[in-house]
Unconditional design. Structure first.
Lengths: 414, 310
């Protein structure tokens, strides 16, 4: 292959004239030929023989089996815990199903919870792909929701356009909050994993402060009890429209989230921007040598992830599934943390995140129906934690096995 | 002048020192072990979970056995179990340590609050042991030397952490694992084993911290008993620039700041609790950005070690 001026100048030689080229399955039919320089052509080595279908099927089976086993262990442990404390695991399971998908209209509730989870997860995927560890989505989401509440209630504007303004403001809010970490990362070299984590608590306290002061977020004195920290409720025409599908009602932000997930998946896989981000994540030094500015792309990815988290906050506020169109302390309700877990369990793939977000949302909505079984609803936190840990195991095991094989074949060759 | 008056009042109030040290020592239990783990290259977010697990186990142990010593042993065991999950997931299976840590925090919080409603451990605060003479020192005497015996463990834990890290061969290997794991590996030392052991040390001290907060300080278990202070302990290590001296200074500073919530209203001052509660975090971010060039984290902090991959 000849490359001139960065372009492919000539095609690779055909197989007959390049004996070193890998011939795959035809290796057995090799006949040495006398070359022009008077030497015999060498038998080609096959460094990567094509995997036989049977082996491939077995490998896929192993992966599926491994995942199934780990999930079964996690669920088994949760069931054991319920049984040991005197509950009935089958009753818990059926209550969870009732609360999340089986009960009338419950799928809608689950979608309402899954929407912000998915948005947070998409943002996390963007920053993680760029090799940045943003673990402050909870704070970015909360700040986003606060920005949304401010622009949605305090300016006194009405009309559907306010929804767009509110969402834009919340995205900007989340972006600003992540931007602090980005600026410190690229100007002062402070690890973003620490700053994003620290900013979560600061966000909570700051919004709490805003909710105590009427010029910031606190609702006017009439219409709330005296020392209640609550923002004004969004007016009817500044709320996210809700659609009803087969009796399941949910805000239209669910569609927006799915479209965004697909867009991000495509952008990551098919655009130059995505390529550069991934390059930065895989090997920052290579990325730098090929002209990818870490501060621009990395910082941009961090801002994008903050914007997605903030948008999730705005959609939670305007969607109505959380806090009844008001902002209250603790509004973020661990959606940021859970969304982060969704992204990591989905292993940085936006399409998979859609499914995982729904499953985690189902656990959350299902927990509301646990009261009837007499089992404490915190059991769903346990189930979720065990599930995440279980889902971490198979990829780690497969990765380690692959490494071991690579090391093995490396030492065979030398 | 109100501010100066307030500062003066706090500085001369024995109760203020008592409150501040109660928080600071709890932070120090977590932070000293966390410091060991971070020197070995793990940013151990599950510290929160370890403290909570320890606190819960201490409450259950005290409730069921009635023996304070056994309760502390229970607490250490529980925290070490959490540490075991973190260690083996992140330094044997090479799963992302932040994910494991965050998940463990959620899992332990869920597990303890679930089990707390089922088991409902009832405990009381342990008796304080007054150390004669030392406790008569004005102002700080009672705060330091008229405490429950779990409090006094900190006087052993901090020097012990320093000694094992700086005065033993194991500690040298541990620090090297956090700075340059490749060379450690070439020297025939198991990097990931050292890192796992670092996390176990964090588990042991966090267990004691959990026992201290339930039996030695608060007196009863509730699921918000740690309430983010595990993260603050982690922050203290960062604030201290990954030195034990700085870490303890960070614990004291944050202890003072967090205890203002109790101390100031008791002395008759109003304060803005929200902004005060976020002060440790703001201070740490500022400190990190100002001293970022001078203070250097362990070079391989939060980087997994897999042989053959850099």
């Amino acid at each position: 292959v000849t490359i001139e001026h960065g372009r492919l100048a000539s095609r690779p030689l055909s197989r007959e004239t390049s004996p070193r080229q890998h011939r795959g399955a035809e290796v057995d039919q090799f006949v040495p030929e006398l070359g022009a320089d008077g030497t015999l052509t060498e038998e080609p080595t096959a460094p990567n023989p094509a995997t036989r279908p049977a082996v491939r099927a077995q490998a896929i089976g192993e992966v599926v089996g491994l995942y199934a086993m780990c999930i079964a262990i996690a669920l088994g442990l949760s069931a054991l815990l319920v049984e040991l404390t005197g509950g009935s695991s089958s009753a818990v399971f059926s209550a969870l199903l009732d609360g999340s998908v089986r009960g009338p209209g419950r799928i809608g509730a689950t979608i309402g919870v899954a929407t912000p989870l998915l948005l947070v997860a998409i943002g996390t995927i963007v920053s993680n792909r760029a090799g940045l560890v943003n673990i402050g989505q909870e704070g970015q989401l909360y700040v986003g929701a606060a920005f949304g509440a401010y622009f949605g209630t305090k300016l006194g504007w009405t009309g559907p356009m306010v929804i767009l303004l509110l969402l834009a403001a919340s995205a900007v809010g989340g972006m600003l909050w992540a931007g602090i970490a980005g600026v410190l990362r690229y100007t002062r070299n402070v690890p973003e994993v620490l700053t994003t984590l620290l900013l979560v608590t600061i966000a909570a306290q700051l919004v709490g402060y805003g909710l105590k002061n009427q010029w910031l977020l606190l609702a006017p004195a009439e219409g709330r009890s005296n020392r209640q920290q609550i923002s004004q409720q969004l007016a009817d025409d500044t709320r996210m429209p809700r659609v009803s599908v087969f009796g399941n009602e949910f805000p239209i932000s669910a569609f927006v989230a799915i479209v965004l997930a697909i867009l991000v998946a495509v952008a990551m896989a098919r655009t130059i921007w995505g390529l550069r981000l991934r390059m930065l994540g895989h090997n920052p030094r290579t990325a730098q040598r090929s002209g990818v500015a870490a501060s621009r792309y990395g910082g941009g990815a961090l801002l994008a992830s903050g914007a997605f988290a903030g948008l999730a906050g705005g959609m939670m506020l305007a969607g109505g599934d959380f806090g009844n169109y008001t902002l209250v302390p603790g509004f973020a309700a661990s959606i940021g943390w859970t969304g982060l877990l969704v992204a990591l369990v989905a292993r940085q793939r936006a399409s998979v995140a859609i499914v995982i977000a729904f499953v985690f949302a189902a656990l959350r909505t299902g927990s509301g129906f646990l009261a009837a079984t007499g089992v404490e609803r915190r059991i769903t936190d346990v189930v979720q934690g065990l599930l995440v840990l279980a889902l971490l195991v198979p990829p780690a095991l497969l990765f380690l096995r692959q490494r071991r094989r690579a090391m093995q074949s490396g030492s065979d060759r030398t | 002048m109100d501010v100066l008056n307030a500062i003066g009042d706090v500085l001369t109030s024995e109760a203020a020192y008592g409150n501040a040290l109660a928080v600071a020592v709890f932070l120090a239990f977590g932070a000293s072990g966390e410091w060991v783990a971070e020197r070995s290259g793990t940013l151990n977010i599950s510290l929160e979970g370890m403290l909570l697990g320890g606190a819960f186990a201490a409450a259950v142990g005290m409730d069921r056995t009635g023996n304070e010593g056994l309760a502390v042993v229970f607490a250490v065991l529980a925290a070490v179990v959490v540490a075991g999950v973190q260690a083996n997931m992140s330094h044997r299976l090479a799963a992302n340590q932040f994910v494991v840590g965050l998940t463990l925090n959620i899992l332990v919080l869920g597990l303890t609050s679930y089990l707390a409603t089922e088991l409902d451990p009832v405990t009381t605060q342990a008796d304080s042991q007054r150390i004669p003479l030392l406790a008569d020192i004005p102002l700080v005497g009672e705060a330091l030397f008229d405490r429950t015996w779990m409090f006094y463990l900190i006087y052993a834990v901090v020097p012990a952490c320093w000694w094992i890290v700086f005065r033993t061969r194991w500690g040298l290997e541990l620090r090297a694992s956090g700075e340059n794991p490749q060379s450690v590996d070439v020297s025939g030392i198991d990097v990931n084993k050292r890192r796992r052991q670092g996390i176990y040390v964090a588990g042991i001290t966090a267990g004691m911290g959990g026992a201290y907060v339930v039996l030695g300080s608060v007196g009863s278990f509730e699921d918000s008993i740690v309430g983010g202070r595990g993260i603050i302990a982690l922050v203290a290590v960062i604030f201290g620039g990954w030195t034990l001296r700085g870490t303890i200074a960070g614990c004291l500073l944050f202890g003072v700041v967090l205890s203002f919530r109790l101390s100031l209203p008791a002395l008759g001052y109003e304060l803005n609790g929200d902004l005060l509660a976020s002060l440790p975090f703001v201070v740490t971010i500022l400190a990190m950005s100002i001293f970022a060039q001078r203070v250097r984290p362990p070079a391989a902090l939060a980087r997994p070690f897999i042989r053959g991959l850099k």
